[in-house]
Design a binder for this molecule. Structure first.
Ligand code: 13P
Length: 252
């Protein structure tokens, strides 16, 4: 089975209602026919509108950037996985490093959110990645192994088969400092071998692992060409339609 190749945009906290509609429309108009999956990770206010726009294109889907793990209740300001699903979105980015560092999310809460997403037919895009400190002390492989252990490996094999992973080294996010193709490949192969050990070789072989961190039109193709890199999770460059399209076109 060949695994799915994906380019996902993470708009983060950008684009008001009008600007979000315009960006989604612009991207969809400029998208050339291709077999890859394109995911637009928008703020909650855009999920419904962008899902309506994306409906016309079979390989474009919409993602939320977070959801809560409880189904409903007195959780002011939170949004459940079922609520995300009800907008038409079918993906949710979970455990992004900004959620972890700025909003106190732990591997344990990420795991609960992954379970909630799966229980509500959403595909989680689960983010892992080490800080500069871990990279410089050469503990990056162990650090990511622990993140996977605590945020993912409690899933059943069937559940793990429904997940997309994203490796985003924190030191490469929004810094202009991309991991080299070799650094990305090393970590992606490491992740795949850990998944193989935790589950089985087939689960590992079919898992899509995206790279995120300062992916731009100029470096996308080289990173995507690595054998264990199945696409990208794009921040800043996903806010400019031409750049995002150029990155999509870099995926073979
Ligand atoms: P940048 O592409 O802006 O570095 O952001 C990456 C990211 O965090 C995507 O989730």
């Amino acid at each position: 089975m060949t695994r799915k190749k994906i380019v996902a945009g993470n708009w983060k906290m950008h684009k008001d209602y009008e600007a979000g509609r315009d960006l989604a429309q612009d991207i969809i108009e400029k998208l050339q026919p291709n077999d890859h999956l394109i995911v637009l990770g928008t703020p909650f206010i855009h999920l419904k509108g962008v899902s309506m726009i994306a409906k016309e294109v079979s390989n474009v889907a919409v993602a939320a950037q977070n959801c809560h793990y409880e189904t409903q209740g007195a959780f002011t300001g939170e949004i459940s996985a079922a609520m995300v699903y009800s907008t038409g979105a079918r993906y949710v980015i979970l455990g992004h490093s900004e959620r972890r560092t700025l909003f106190g999310e732990s591997d344990a809460t990420v795991f609960l959110k992954v379970k909630a997403a799966l229980a509500n037919q959403l595909t989680p895009i689960v983010c892992v990645g080490e800080s500069l400190e871990h990279r410089e002390s050469n503990s990056h492989l162990d650090f990511v192994a622990q993140q996977l252990q605590d945020s993912l490996f409690g899933l059943t094999a069937a559940e793990c088969n429904a997940v997309v992973l994203a490796y985003e080294p924190v030191w490469a996010i929004g810094t202009g400092k991309t991991a080299s193709p070799d650094q990305a490949q090393e970590m992606h192969a490491h992740i795949r071998s850990l998944v193989s050990k935790a589950y089985d070789p087939e689960t590992a072989a079919q898992l899509s692992i995206l790279y995120g961190g300062s992916v731009k039109p100029a470096n996308a193709a080289e990173i995507f060409a690595q054998p264990d890199v199945d696409g990208g999770l794009i921040g800043g460059a996903s806010l400019v339609a031409d750049d995002f399209i150029a990155i999509v076109n870099g995926l073979q």
